[in-house]
Design a protein around this ligand. Structure first.
Ligand code: 5RP
Length: 262
C-alpha cells in the first residue's frame, strides 16, 4: 500500500478501482463527475491503454469529458449511446436504501439523466458519505436563471411545509458571480439539515416552475462501493441485500497517479 496518497484519496481510489469490476469489454459506460469519479476515469483509461479494454464513455459534465478523452476513453453523447450498461458516479451522501444526495460538483442534471438511462448505477464513495438520514449536506437544486429569486422564495415556502429541519437556500457562487452549470442554469443549495421524506421532497420540489431538477437520487442507485482509508472496500448491493468486503493492494505508478490537473 502506498503512503503518498492521503487516507481520503486512498478511500476514493480503492472505491473507484473496485468499481471497475463492473465494467466489461464492449460496454457503454456513464462516467460521473467529481473527485471520486475522476479516479474512476483514470482507472478505466489505464485499462483502455494498458489492457486493451474497449468501452464507450458517456460523460456527465464537460470536465469529465475532457479528462476521459485525455486518458484515452472514447467519448460519445448520451443520444449517440442511447442506453448504457452501467453508470459509475460519486455522491455527496447515501443512506441505507442507497438514496443519494448529488450535485456538490454542480453536475446533478446530466448525472441524473445519464444514471437513469443505465441498466445499473454504481456509486463510489469514501466512508464519510454514508449517513443514517439524508440532509446534512446541502441539497443542490438546479434552477433556471430567469426569476431565480422568485423560484427561491417559492422553494423556501414549499420546504416550510415539508418534513425537513431547515428551509433556507443559498445561490451557489463561483468567485463573485453565480455558478453556472453546463446547461447554463444556477444552483440553489438548500440547507435542510435533515430530510424526513426524501421521496416526497424530490417529487414536490420538481413541481415548482423554474426548478429544473433536484439532487435527490431515489431508487436510482443499485450498488455502492465504499472505500476506506486503509484500502478496504465494501460492496453493498441494495437489490440482493448482500455486502461484500475485501481490500485493494496497489502501488502508485507514474501513469495512473500522474498529475492530470483534474
Ligand atoms: C457532482 C457530484 C459528485 O459526485 C459529488 O459531489 C461527490 O463528489 P466527490 O467525489 O468529489 O466527493 O454529484 O455533481
Amino acid at each position: 500500500m502506498s503512503s503518498r496518497l492521503s487516507p481520503i484519496d486512498t478511500a476514493k481510489f480503492v472505491a473507484a478501482k473496485r468499481a471497475c469490476d463492473f465494467v466489461e469489454d464492449g460496454m457503454r459506460v456513464g462516467l460521473g463527475t467529481g473527485s471520486t469519479a475522476a479516479w474512476l476515469v483514470r482507472c478505466l483509461g489505464e485499462m483502455v491503454t494498458e489492457d486493451g479494454l474497449r468501452i464507450t464513455g458517456v460523460p456527465t459534465s464537460a470536465r469529465t469529458a475532457e479528462l476521459a478523452r485525455r486518458v484515452g476513453i472514447k467519448v460519445v453523447s448520451l443520444d449517440e449511446a442511447k442506453w448504457l450498461d452501467v453508470t459509475i458516479d460519486g455522491a455527496d451522501e447515501f443512506d441505507g436504501e442507497l438514496n443519494l444526495i448529488k450535485g456538490g460538483g454542480g453536475a446533478l442534471l446530466q448525472e441524473k439523466i445519464v444514471a437513469t438511462a443505465s441498466d445499473k448505477m454504481v456509486v463510489i464513495a469514501d466512508q464519510t458519505k454514508q449517513v443514517q438520514c439524508l440532509g446534512a449536506f446541502p441539497l443542490p437544486l438546479e434552477v433556471v436563471p430567469f426569476g431565480w429569486r422568485t423560484t427561491k422564495a417559492l422553494v423556501e415556502e414549499t420546504l416550510a411545509a415539508l418534513d425537513v429541519l431547515g428551509d433556507h437556500g443559498t445561490l451557489r457562487q463561483m468567485g463573485d458571480a453565480p455558478y453556472v452549470t453546463d446547461e447554463g442554469n444556477y444552483i440553489l443549495d438548500l440547507h435542510l439539515k435533515r430530510i424526513g421524506d426524501a421521496r416526497q421532497l424530490a417529487l414536490v420540489i420538481n413541481q415548482i416552475p423554474g426548478v429544473v431538477e433536484n439532487g435527490l437520487f431515489i431508487d436510482i442507485c443499485d450498488i455502492v462501493v465504499i472505500g476506506h482509508g486503509d484500502g478496504r472496500v465494501e460492496v453493498k448491493d441494495v437489490n440482493t441485500g448482500v455486502t461484500r468486503e475485501d481490500r485493494i493492494e496497489f502501488m502508485e505508478n507514474d501513469n495512473l497517479f500522474r498529475d492530470l490537473g483534474d
